[in-house]
Design a protein around this ligand. Structure first.
Ligand SMILES: C[S@@+](CC[C@H](N)C(=O)[O-])C[C@H]1O[C@@H](n2cnc3c(N)ncnc32)[C@H](O)[C@@H]1O
Length: 235
């Protein structure tokens, strides 16, 4: 069954055409504040809270899920938030196309699709290559936040981050169950309501280790699952 695609009219929605080439984010937001990216924003609960906590940061919220983008725009518009823009885009594609000139002050990934079966784990969004790509797109000192309801996914990402000398852990432990002030996303709430913990990570592109640049090119093409999403959509 194919789902009806909702046409998104919001002024805070970035049209696909705008993302085909390098984006002038300062003119898109009307100011040159730091830019943070939420990958897989879902219905937008997290980003609207974070954007209100941090009015001096511009947030780009992306998802490949049309209805999620629509809901995120609706929340943004209803609250009159001027520091959020929403795009229906695949993460690796967007980083390559639209953020090749603009470093990010933070990257947020909350409750990414878990792919719990062992044979499906290669489909997970965050892996070693993705973390190298993210490193290239973060500003020195920029934060990489990751949260998951799946312990094994969170610990795997923490191990990969710890193995990369150009990242630094910002917390006491690689994975924690409380991150004070961190907004709760819709999926996080769902698991918290069931009495299940959320596993949080906060690492940073270490500003003291700029010489230890990972060797992998940031432009490595993404293959396999989701590669058909190598474009942005709103049709
Ligand atoms: C389990 S949901 C979590 C949504 C939200 N972050 C939350 O915590 O409520 C994962 C979301 O990530 C999106 N997603 C998965 N892979 C993606 C990718 N490569 N680029 C952008 N979004 C992606 C999915 O469409 C989905 O909306």
């Amino acid at each position: 069954m194919t789902q009806r695609v909702i046409y998104i009219k919001s002024n805070n929605f970035i049209s696909p055409g705008q993302l085909e080439t390098s984006v002038d984010w300062a003119s898109l937001f009307g100011n040159a504040r730091p830019i943070a990216l939420e990958i897989g924003c879902g219905t937008g609960h997290f980003v609207v809270d974070r954007a209100q906590q941090q009015p001096d940061v511009n947030f780009v919220a992306i998802d490949i899920y049309n209805k999620g983008c629509w809901k995120t725009c609706k929340k943004t518009d209803a609250l009159g938030l001027t520091n959020i823009r929403v795009a229906r885009a695949e993460a690796a594609y967007l980083l390559e196309k639209a953020f090749n000139q603009t470093p990010l002050s933070a990257i947020y990934i909350n409750c990414p699709d878990p792919w719990p079966k062992k044979r499906h784990r290669k489909r997970r969004l965050v892996n070693r290559d993705f973390l190298l790509k993210a490193w290239h797109h973060l500003t020195p000192g920029g934060d990489f936040f990751f949260s998951s309801d799946v312990s094994d996914y969170a610990h795997n990402v923490a191990t990969l981050l710890e193995q990369n000398p150009a990242y630094r852990n910002c917390l006491d432990q690689p994975v924690v169950h409380h991150l004070p002030g961190y907004p709760i996303s819709k999926y996080m709430q769902r698991f918290l309501d069931l009495g299940q913990p959320i596993h949080y990570l906060q690492f940073q592109r270490d500003p003291a280790k700029q010489s230890e640049i990972p060797t992998q090119s940031p432009a490595t093409p993404r293959t396999g699952f989701r590669s058909r999403w190598a474009r942005v959509h709103n049709e």
